[in-house]
Design a protein around this ligand. Structure first.
Ligand SMILES: N[C@@H](CCC(=O)N[C@@H](CS)C(=O)NCC(=O)O)C(=O)O
Length: 230
């Protein structure tokens, strides 16, 4: 197998961290290249030729170009036969796919909330819209759904009751950890809190989060988050 896979990412991007963690956990030979979004490297003609969406992550493998983190995650598990992270049984596959499809309109509401009320106002000089309480309620209804449905009321260790961590978990966890920037306690959702706790302890996830944790470490943080990011 040739070592031609180039992974384009940004360490602050949640979908980038999901793919990076799979590459690390799966021991996939690759070259990782940071795309500096602040310097607008994602808008260059060279990068646009790799990812016409001008977003991260993206991948280039011996001339084959791919964008969208879920497509990239699936490509990696299929190409490198990483069945530990993607089941073989059609019904189990369908359950993982169900989460991955739902993620874009469901879980993404969590990161949208963080962007609107934390990253926008604090880092991009974008004033926060006034209806934070309503948006927080909507965001929490998503957290409740994840806990109830995808984590079986908190009884499942991994998304969709898989025996091992799959690409669905990798997609989910970094979005949930974005709530650390909001100093969120997770106390309303004990099943979700347990999930965040055990997933956050994985060394490869900690490693992927180095820059993110560095950015939040001096902010006021509750003991739950402090314990996880050290
Ligand atoms: N659905 C896409 C989302 C990609 C995306 O929105 N990436 C963001 C960072 S998390 C980005 O590159 N933003 C740069 C920009 O839009 O200018 C995926 O999962 O890959």
């Amino acid at each position: 197998m040739s070592n031609t896979l180039t992974f384009y990412y940004n360490p602050i991007s949640m979908p980038s961290r999901a793919v990076l963690t799979l590459l690390t956990l799966g021991n996939v030979p690759h070259t990782a290249k940071i795309v500096d979004i602040q310097k607008q490297e994602n808008l260059t003609p060279e990068y646009t030729a790799i990812n016409p969406c001008q977003s991260v992550p993206a991948l280039e493998d011996d001339g084959f170009k791919l964008f969208e983190s879920h497509a990239i995650l699936r490509y990696i598990v299929n190409k490198y036969q990483l069945h530990d992270f993607y089941p073989k049984d059609p019904q189990e596959i369908a359950k993982i796919e169900c989460y991955l499809d739902w993620h874009h309109t469901g879980t993404k509401i969590v990161s949208k909330f963080i962007f609107t009320y934390i990253i926008g106002p604090k880092m991009m000089n974008k004033p926060a819209p006034p209806d934070q309480d309503a948006q927080e309620k909507e965001m929490e209804s998503i957290l409740q759904f994840i806990e109830y449905v995808f984590l079986g009321q908190g009884k499942f260790k991994y998304v969709q009751n898989q025996p091992k961590m799959t690409i669905a978990d990798l997609s989910l966890i970094f979005e949930l950890q974005a709530l650390f920037a909001f100093n969120y306690s997770f106390d309303k959702f004990p099943g979700l809190k347990n999930y965040v706790q055990h997933m956050s302890q994985l060394p490869q996830i900690k490693q992927a989060n180095q820059m993110f944790y560095g950015m939040i470490k001096n902010a006021p943080l509750n003991d739950f988050i402090k314990g996880l990011i050290q």
